[in-house]
Design a binder for this molecule. Structure first.
Ligand SMILES: [Zn+2]
Length: 483
């Protein structure tokens, strides 16, 4: 057995060359020019004319999330199949116990949901939805088990949200343990008060969602987190940043020395608040928090990605059916379950509207969709790059593919696609997970249940500039300069 990928154009966060990749088992064994298959039974893939990217990483998903009395529709089987077809080989799912649940119970629930079902590898950001001595002891054990990041909510009062004492104590613990705390930044009091005012004034449709959580509400959440991060010295990661005002608060903190990373979402880069204002309740398909923003924010976000001010692009994938779930908020926008599905389409959209549209170079694309998340969350260089010893998570990408996104053809378990009819220019023709072919030309061909809960370690945590082991390996290989 073994897998040999020949003549592909390998593109990582910092290198680009044509070479063959030999995978004997789960890791990449060798990269060189003109490798011959060592065994007669090896599977040989011709990747001529195609890119070979490291498997993409979605740093932010909600698989089967309990929310507003229902569950997001994808389970670990449907969600990870969809991810793989779209080139995503690792997901970071949010483990979100309710405030009445013990952390260990939440962790056990999420791991049980994933085990035997996930087809790609995964880890969790461990939700801290309350904090006391008892929960702290359990959080220490969960971190020791390899789940080396927390998730906190400054929004969702009474559901997942924590108060300031809990926030302070969580960050102190995170600092002590050397783990990154990811945070949903919106001021929950401003959200609750503004929602109430809008409802009282008679606003009931999804178009009210944006004005109940305007940019200042998010910027205030970021400012708040930045103050606490500065006081505790804890490293933090802002999830789903959507607007200029919030980015400015993060950058101000960075200049003060706060260790902060920023994630935006493919939805904010491509969709805007006019989508949530569509008539006939159609706008409900586009309700998430923070809300889709004015289009004027999009150039700011793209530029932030180009300039390294924003580090990752995720999806916050939380699929709720239009019929039956989004409709819970038909008479009251505050009851519309939050989420815009995108797990399957993130990479193709980012390639088409980022790289092909001239907004991103190929290396930045790989970094923001894969490498940076691996580095920030302690998976690098096992994930996020292509070098001997790394897991053979590879995406052979066909830049000549032309197609359209549609709910009629997607694998996500959801009855609409927020990007219905959008053209895409590029698609994975083959995706591997640890050396096994898992997707081919839009079809899942992998193994349900093969996905592993990744054990992370803090060894490489902030070492963004560590030289790659493949530096020597590259020298003899043919460099290319075309796009
Ligand atoms: Zn989320």
């Amino acid at each position: 057995m073994g897998l040999l990928i020949k003549n592909g154009e390998i593109v990582t966060g910092d290198s680009r060359y044509i070479a063959d990749i030999w995978c004997d088992g789960e890791p990449i064994t060798r990269i060189d020019s003109d490798i011959q298959a060592p065994t007669a039974t090896a599977e040989v893939i011709d990747a001529s004319g195609k890119y070979v990217f490291p498997g993409f990483i979605d740093p932010h998903t909600h698989i089967y999330l309990p929310f507003m009395g229902t569950f997001s529709k994808d389970d670990y089987e449907t969600g990870t199949k969809a991810a793989l077809v779209g080139g995503t080989t690792t997901i970071f799912d949010m483990c979100c116990p309710s405030r009445t649940m013990e952390p260990s119970e939440g962790f056990a629930t999420w791991t049980a949901q994933a085990r035997g079902k996930a087809a790609c590898d995964y880890s969790f950001h461990m939700g801290v939805t309350r904090f006391n001595g008892n929960s702290a002891a359990q959080l220490r054990e969960i971190v020791a088990a390899g789940v080396q990041s927390f998730k906190i909510f400054l929004a969702y009062k009474g559901a997942f949200g924590i108060d300031d004492s809990e926030l302070y104590q969580t960050l102190k613990l995170a600092k002590e343990l050397g783990v990154v705390t990811t945070a949903h930044c919106e001021n929950e009091t401003l959200v609750a008060e503004t929602q109430q005012e809008l409802v009282t004034r008679g606003t009931s449709g999804p178009e009210g969602h944006h004005d109940s959580r305007p940019p200042r509400v998010e910027a205030e959440g970021v400012h708040h987190l930045m103050s606490f991060a500065e006081m505790t010295g804890a490293p933090v990661y802002i999830v789903h940043l959507s607007c200029r005002e919030a980015l400015e608060e993060a950058l101000r903190a960075r200049l003060r020395g706060v260790q902060v990373w920023v994630e935006t979402l493919i939805q904010y880069l491509l969709l805007d608040k006019s989508h949530a204002e569509l008539p006939e309740f159609e706008g409900a398909k586009f309700v998430m928090s923070p809300p889709l923003r004015d289009k004027a924010n999009q150039p700011v976000l793209w530029n932030g990605l180009r300039q390294g001010l924003i580090n990752t692009v995720g999806t916050d994938h939380a699929p709720f059916d239009f019929a039956g779930q989004k409709s819970m908020g038909a008479d009251d926008f505050t009851r519309i379950p939050n989420g815009i599905p995108a797990l399957e389409d993130r990479v193709n959209l980012l390639y088409t509207y980022g790289v092909k549209a001239g907004r991103l170079d190929l290396h930045t694309f790989v970094k923001i969709a894969s490498t940076n998340a691996a580095k920030i969350f302690n998976l690098f260089p096992r994930k996020g790059t292509i070098q001997p010893g790394s897991d053979a998570d590879l995406v052979i990408y066909d830049p000549n593919y032309r197609g359209q996104l549609s709910a009629a053809t997607h694998l996500m378990n959801i009855d609409y696609n927020a990007f219905e009819g959008w053209p895409i220019e590029g698609r994975p023709s083959l995706v591997t997970v640890r050396g096994e072919v898992a997707a081919r030309d839009g079809k899942f061909v992998g193994t349900v249940g093969r996905g592993r809960l990744l054990q992370r370690s803090s060894k490489n945590v902030f070492d963004f500039d560590a030289p790659l082991a493949s530096d020597n390996n590259r020298i003899a290989l043919k460099r290319v300069g075309c796009q």
